[in-house]
Every structure is written in structure tokens, then in C-alpha cells.
Design a protein around this ligand. Structure first.
Ligand code: FES
Length: 306
């Protein structure tokens, strides 16, 4: 697990001051909540007293989190113990009790957590993708990203769109992201890809090599965006990958595009992967991607250690 990676562990609207929530980064449980000023906080989801999940507690009016078991209260910024109920006024807090704090940042409609509390926060962007959701997929994180690279149809659907096996560009590295572009067709009126040379749309995927967070851009033959989506796979417990997504469909659609895409939610992330199709899928782009991911990850780890 890359210690300096920023994982999109929640959609912004999921994190409130009404109730803390639990998320995982691999085997690391994390509790998230907002304080009274709207700032998000993340601590290890284990009370340092008797290990109860802090996410079963509550958020106090002062923005601190209170364990639901014996009522100890912790500061979200530092994890320091701030109050023990019924403690004598002259008693001191035992200094060993401190909840582990994590780095928190918010950007593009996601709350991001870094296991290294001192890591530099990523630059925030105000991308507005109003559609959103979360799925839990019984596939490990690396396999999930490999499936996305080799056949996006295994992990997602864009209504009216058929992904072809043909890449319009080789997988390249662009500004630290792995970028690939795949030819696509409108599902209805075309021959299937092997019998056609007409690819009126393409899907560009730009992926962060550390986390697998990917920006998906479906573009027409004039390279105008038709559908933009961001998917954020995060390794969770027991080999599950928890994937949050946000998307936006271009407001202007006409002719073929309007007919193919119809109305309603145009984007779906699959929570169940077709095992039969996955088993026979030949690794293609993922082979090259895995080597590039390993190289970029090693470089990022070296620079954060320097
Ligand atoms: S377990 Fe949290 S206060 Fe005791």
C-alpha cells in the first residue's frame, strides 16, 4: 500500500457532521466525519482505549468525535485525547492514548485520505460531476484496474455505447497519468466492431498509477465530450474493491447520440463482474499498464522518501 497515495474514500456528500462513517483502505479501517465548520477529518477507526470502532460513536457540537463505548473524546486534527467523562478535575490524560490521524483533502466531489498524515495534499479541483454512486466489487484492486484497461465493458456501462477492442493510441504516460484511448460505437445502428471501420466515438481513460483513480471521457468524432466520469477504486477488506464514481452527461445531444443514449442515468458501474467473461479475457493493455504502474509507483515512493 503506497503510504503517500491519496485515496478517494468517500463522495463529499457522504461525509457529514450528523454521523461518522467507516471506510477501508486495504485492511486499514478509517473513520470520517465533518466538524462544525464543514472540514472533514479522518482517524483510525479504532478507539485507543478498548479498540471499539469510533465510527459507532458520535460527532460533538465542537467537531470532535466521541467514542460510543466509554465516551472518550478525540480531536480530529491530531487524534489527541481531549476528554474522559467523569475524570477527576486534577487527573491527567494518559498520554499513550491517541487515535492515529490521517491526511484529509477534498477535491472534485470526493473526500480523499492519505495514510501518511504529513503528505502534501493534492491540488484541489472544482470539477462538477453531479451524478454519483458507490459499488463494492468482489475483485482485488489490481485485477479491477486490469479489467478496466483490457475491457471496460466488464466493469462499467455507458448506455448506448459499445466498447471495441481497438485502441486509437497506445498506452502512454501523460503528466504522470496512464492514458489510453479506445474506439467505440453507438450500440444500435452499427455492425459489431470486427466488421466495421466506422468508430464515431472514443473513450479516453486517464489513470493515476498509484490509486487507479481514472477520468473517463467519451468523445464524439469532433473530440467533443459526450460523457465525463471519474471512478475511484479503493482496496477494501477481504479483497473487495470499493469504487466511487461521479459523472456528467453533456446537456446537448442530438440525432444518433440522443437516440442511443436516451434519457435517465447514462452511466453504471457494475457491482458484479461476469466471471465467465473475465476468465477468458486475454490481458492486453493491462500488461503494458502494469509495468508502467510499477515504474511510476516506484518513482513516486522514491521522491516522497527523499
Ligand atoms: S473503547 Fe472507546 S472510550 Fe472506551
Amino acid at each position: 500500500m503506497a503510504q503517500d497515495a491519496w485515496w478517494a474514500v468517500a463522495r463529499s456528500e457522504e461525509v457529514t457532521s450528523a454521523k461518522p462513517i467507516n471506510v477501508d483502505i486495504g485492511d486499514q479501517p478509517v473513520v470520517l466525519w465533518r466538524d462544525q465548520h464543514g472540514a472533514a477529518h479522518a482517524l483510525e477507526d479504532r478507539c485507543p482505549h478498548r479498540r471499539a470502532p469510533l465510527s459507532l460513536g458520535c460527532v460533538l457540537g465542537n467537531g470532535m468525535i466521541q467514542c460510543g463505548y466509554h465516551g472518550w473524546t478525540f480531536d480530529g486534527e491530531t487524534g489527541h485525547l481531549k476528554n474522559i467523562p467523569n475524570l477527576k478535575s486534577d487527573a491527567k490524560f494518559p498520554p499513550i492514548y491517541r487515535a492515529t490521524p490521517f491526511g484529509v483533502a477534498e477535491s472534485a466531489g470526493f473526500v480523499r485520505v492519505c495514510l501518511n498524515a504529513k503528505a502534501t495534499a493534492p491540488v484541489a479541483t472544482n470539477e462538477n460531476l453531479p451524478l454519483s454512486g458507490t459499488v463494492n466489487v468482489a475483485l482485488d484492486h489490481d485485477q479491477y484496474i486490469a479489467a478496466l484497461f483490457d475491457d471496460p465493458a466488464l466493469v462499467l456501462a455507458m448506455r448506448g455505447v459499445r466498447f471495441t477492442p481497438y485502441l486509437t493510441t497506445e498506452l502512454i504516460v501523460e503528466q504522470g497519468l496512464l492514458v489510453m484511448e479506445r474506439s467505440c460505437q453507438w450500440a444500435g445502428p452499427h455492425w459489431p466492431a470486427p466488421f466495421s471501420s466506422d468508430f464515431p466515438i472514443s473513450l479516453r481513460i486517464a489513470t493515476d498509477p498509484l490509486t487507479g483513480e481514472s477520468e473517463l471521457s467519451l468523445r464524439d468524432d469532433m473530440l467533443r465530450p459526450v460523457l465525463t466520469a471519474r471512478i475511484a477504486p479503493v482496496p477494501a477488506a477481504r479483497g473487495v474493491t470499493q469504487v466511487r464514481w461521479r459523472a456528467r452527461l453533456a446537456p446537448q445531444r442530438s440525432g444518433l447520440m440522443a437516440r442511443a443514449m436516451g434519457t435517465g442515468t447514462p452511466f453504471t458501474l457494475r457491482s458484479a463482474i461476469d466471471g465467465a467473461a473475465l476468465r477468458v479475457l486475454k490481458p492486453s493493455a493491462s500488461i503494458h499498464a502494469a509495468a508502467l504502474r510499477a515504474e511510476l509507483t516506484a518513482r513516486a515512493q522514491q521522491s516522497s522518501a527523499a
